[in-house]
Structures are given as structure tokens and as C-alpha cells.
Design a protein around this ligand. Structure first.
Ligand code: ARG
Length: 460
């Protein structure tokens, strides 16, 4: 039998079974994590006297050579050896002879693969945090040059109250900040090391799990060997964090699609981020934000996929768990592309300040301010609201905006109106007046920008 585990078998594996059960096509992505884990394991075996020092040394050298070869693209992985763990073990034996077979002492593929996944998730989580930071920086760049730019703020996608464009962009800055915090927080739980749990019950060898923990730089070891090899909650957490992040990215993307439409024209995406139509020569399609929005679906899908894989599994390892990999790899790739593109797209988009201003000037989004005006003069807000409702209706019926009505017209609705109402109704004033903490008023947005910059400098 050519298999590393072939001893107990009397027949070769069916070809279809071999192909169906193999994970090497995708888990070769864990090659360096696998070698890193093995290096720590064999170092510990040597130090504990479980393997003679010379053997441990030979194995380490062999593993390093294999890492080098993989880097140089000099190896070919094979389905015969099922997964990355056995491919590398086989290469090791080919490289240094039978002593290579001692590497797997006191270890199982079950604690090995769990270790590889912890190393992978830890590394990838840190990469995500830094990629999110780049998007936040891009948002800040745009926010800073748009501290005077006014746009309609929406609820129900109906113009509600004008806001500063900087304020709108900064809303996403804080969403991303929480996304980052979620990823950072999940590192605490990814920081547990399963190595040394064996297949499920520990090992008869006098291993030193604290030593491998130290070598691999983890915070603590799993206290329970069954738990160590059978949970993938740290992968789920990554996927959940990724899903929330993608939900945020998708909302911003949707806004970019809307804003760049002919109907809005609030922004223009850089030509290098759009594509044309094969039939309609006038088209400039916002493919990138559309795809970011669209790719959100697969990320949500991977989260639900793994939740479903895990939900019915008896302890400890089950082959089902091999299905934890493609989803997270695809999620990491999807996020990497999304975050890089989003940062560039935000940086290079043109903001059409005039169009935005025209939109805030030609609407009724200053209506709340008339109600506030009357309320400040002592009229109960509820009554003021009713009066303004009538004024807005009157204005619409007469094809006018609120700034176009005369003082006489206003006075017909309430004797409390004075000339100063026209100052109150100007978009600049409407925005500036919202000076409550966290509001869109200019002072508040300036303070928010300072806070956001500090947040980026200090990290968490
Ligand atoms: N390729 C397997 C996986 O990814 C490695 C663990 C295999 N363990 C086993 N007992 N068959 O899950």
C-alpha cells in the first residue's frame, strides 16, 4: 500500500473516493502554516527527549528545505497523498529518508489541521484589519475635502434633512472601525493553540504543550483535547465578522451606484473603475460597486455553510470539518479584493458639489427647521408640525420651495413668523444648526474628523 496509513488496508482506494475526499487542491494554501506548526512540534520533541536531538535537527532541516522548494514552485502536490499534511510528510521522507517518519510522533492530523487553521486565521485576520484601515484612510481623505459639501440626507430614500457629505462618509468610517474591532476581538479566541491534543484524547508521549505554544506565539493552549480538535468557532467568527463587514461594504457600494446614476449625479466614478456596454455606446457602468454588492452574497453563504456543517457533528473530529477551508479562503480573497478596490474607488471618485447643493436647495428638507423655529417661539412641536405640514402642501400646490414663499404667505399660517425665517431656511444654516453632539453641524463634523484621525493613529 502506498498510503501513509495503508497498513490496515487490503485494497487500494477507489479512484473516485480518493479524488472526492482529497483536500490537497485547496489546502495546499496552508503549506507554510503546516510547516511552521511542524517545526515547533519537532523542536519540542527534541527538547523533551522524545526524539534524539539529531533526528529533530534533521527533520527541521528537511522541513526548511521543503518550504524553500514550495516557495520556488519546485514541488508538485499529489492527490495520492490526500491533503497538505500528508503531502509534506511524504516529501519529508523522500527528502531525508525514514527518519522523516518520526515527525508525526505524539501528533495527529486532527490537532495538526486545527493548528494550521489557527495560524491561518490569525494571519488573515491581521491582514483584514490593515486593509480596512486603508479604506478608512480613503474615507478620511474625501471627508476632509468635503467639510462644506452639502447633500440631502435620506430616510426611506426620500430627502429628509440636509447633511454634510463629510458626515455621510464618516458614518462608514465608524462602521469600519467597529468591524476592525470585531476582528481584533476575535483574535483573543483564535489565540488558543490546539497542538498536542492528538487525535482527540491527548498522547502517551511526554510532550510539552506550553513549549509549542511559546514557539508558535499563542496566548494559551486549549485545556480540553476534544474541544481543541473539534471546534471551528474561530473560523465561524472570522466568517461572521467578514459578513458584517461585507454588509457595510455593500451598503456603501449601493450608495455609490445610486449616486453615480444619471438621476443623482452626485459623484462620478473614475473611468478606470467603470466599464462600457457592448451595445449602448453612452453607458458607463459602475461594475465595481455592483460586484462588491453582489459578492456579499457568497460571503454570507460561507458563514451559513460552515454553521450548517458544524451543527450536527458529534465530538470529536469528523471528515465534514474539512469543509471549513474553501469558504474561508474564498472569503479572505473576496474581502481582500473588495477592500483594496473600495479604497481606490473612494480616493479617485469625483464629488459633484454643485449637483449636491442643487439637490438640497430644491427640496423641502428644511421643513423640520420651520417646525423647530415655531417650537422655539413657544408653540408645542406637535402643533408646529401640523402647521408646517400645511405650509409644505401649500408650497407644493403653488410650485414653490419653502424659501420662495413670502413673509406674508408665512404669516397666513402663523403670526409667529418674522423675517429671520429666511435665514433659518438656508441649507447652510439648516446644517450648521444641527450642532448637537454627533450631529451634522460643521463644528460637530470638524470634531468628528479629529476624533477619527486620532482613532487611526492610536489604533485600539
Ligand atoms: N484534510 C483533513 C481536514 O482538512 C485533515 C484532517 C484529517 N483527519 C482525519 N482523521 N482524517 O480536515
Amino acid at each position: 500500500m502506498s498510503k501513509l496509513w495503508g497498513g490496515r488496508f487490503t485494497k487500494e482506494t477507489n479512484k473516485l473516493v480518493e479524488e472526492y475526499t482529497a483536500s490537497i487542491a485547496y489546502d495546499q494554501r496552508l503549506a507554510f502554516e503546516d510547516i511552521e506548526g511542524s517545526l515547533a512540534h519537532v523542536q519540542m520533541l527534541g527538547e523533551c527527549g522524545i526524539l534524539p536531538k539529531e533526528d529533530a535537527e534533521k527533520i527541521k532541516e528537511g522541513l526548511e528545505k521543503i518550504a524553500e522548494k514550495i516557495k520556488n514552485g519546485e514541488v508538485e502536490f499529489s492527490v495520492d497523498n490526500e491533503d497538505i499534511h500528508m503531502n509534506i510528510e511524504k516529501m519529508l521522507i523522500d527528502e531525508i529518508g525514514p527518519v522523516g517518519g518520526k515527525l508525526h510522533t505524539g501528533r495527529s492530523r486532527n490537532d495538526q489541521v486545527a493548528t494550521d487553521m489557527h495560524l491561518y486565521v490569525r494571519k488573515t485576520t491581521k491582514e483584514m484589519i490593515s486593509l480596512i484601515t486603508h479604506v478608512q484612510e480613503a474615507l478620511l481623505v474625501q471627508a476632509k475635502v468635503n467639510t462644506e459639501t452639502m447633500m440631502p440626507g435620506y430616510t426611506h430614500l426620500q430627502r429628509a434633512q440636509p447633511v454634510l457629505f463629510a458626515h455621510h462618509l464618516l458614518a462608514y468610517f465608524w462602521m469600519l472601525e467597529r468591524d476592525k474591532e470585531r476582528f481584533a476581538d476575535s483574535l483573543k479566541r483564535t489565540d488558543w493553540l490546539p497542538l498536542g491534543a492528538g487525535a482527540l484524547a491527548g498522547t502517551t508521549f511526554p510532550i510539552d504543550r506550553e513549549r509549542t505554544r511559546e514557539l508558535l506565539g499563542f496566548g494559551r493552549i486549549y485545556p480540553n483535547s476534544l474541544d481543541a480538535v473539534s471546534d471551528r468557532d474561530f473560523v465561524l467568527e472570522f466568517l461572521a465578522n467578514a459578513s458584517i463587514l461585507m454588509a457595510h461594504i455593500s451598503r456603501l457600494s449601493e450608495e455609490m451606484v445610486i449616486w453615480s446614476s444619471q438621476e443623482f449625479q452626485f459623484i462620478e466614478l473614475d473611468d478606470s473603475f467603470c466599464t462600457g456596454s457592448s451595445i449602448m455606446p453612452q453607458k458607463k457602468n459602475p461594475d465595481v460597486p455592483e460586484l462588491l454588492r453582489g459578492k456579499t452574497g457568497r460571503v454570507f453563504g460561507h458563514l451559513l455553510g460552515l454553521l450548517t456543517v458544524l451543527k450536527g457533528l458529534p465530538l470529536a473530529y469528523n471528515k465534514d470539518m474539512q469543509e471549513d477551508k474553501e469558504g474561508i479562503f474564498d472569503t479572505a480573497d473576496t474581502l481582500e479584493g473588495a477592500l483594496k478596490l473600495l479604497a481606490l474607488m473612494i480616493e479617485t471618485m469625483k464629488v459633484n458639489k454643485e449637483k449636491m447643493f442643487k439637490a438640497v436647495s430644491n427640496d423641502y428638507s428644511n421643513a423640520t427647521d420651520i417646525a423647530d423655529y415655531l417650537a422655539k417661539k413657544g408653540l408645542p412641536f406637535r402643533e408646529a408640525h401640523a402647521v408646517i405640514g400645511q405650509i409644505v402642501l401649500y408650497a407644493i400646490q403653488n410650485d414653490k420651495f419653502l424659501l420662495d414663499l413670502t413673509l406674508d404667505e408665512y404669516k397666513r399660517f402663523s403670526p409667529l413668523f418674522e423675517k429671520d425665517i429666511f435665514e433659518v431656511l438656508k441649507p447652510e444654516h439648516v446644517v450648521k444648526a444641527r450642532n448637537s453632539t454627533g450631529g451634522t453641524g460643521h463644528e460637530q463634523v470638524a470634531a468628528q474628523l479629529v476624533m477619527a484621525e486620532k482613532q487611526l493613529e492610536n489604533g485600539f
